[in-house]
Design a protein. Structure first.
Length: 73
């Protein structure tokens, strides 16, 4: 019984690792300085405003989106 429990916990841990490691990046514009930047935390809408409707899978994609965004030029 103990062995089955250990195997089940190990299998569950291995399957959930990709979900825990997923990081998203947002292009945001500062409300005070009006400068754009890439952040890894979803903006709150007060200090930083989200530019574009989506989160990006990696920082490289977010940087490319920031360079092409009309709000950031």
């Amino acid at each position: 019984m103990f062995r089955r429990t250990v195997i089940a916990v190990a299998a569950l841990s291995i399957c959930s690792l990709p979900a825990l490691a997923a990081t998203e990046y947002w292009v945001v514009k500062s409300a005070t300085t009006n400068k754009c930047q890439v952040v890894s935390k979803k903006p709150d809408g007060k200090k930083f405003m989200e530019v574009g409707p989506i989160a990006h899978k990696n920082k490289k994609e977010a940087m490319a989106a920031m360079k092409s965004a009309a709000e950031c030029k």
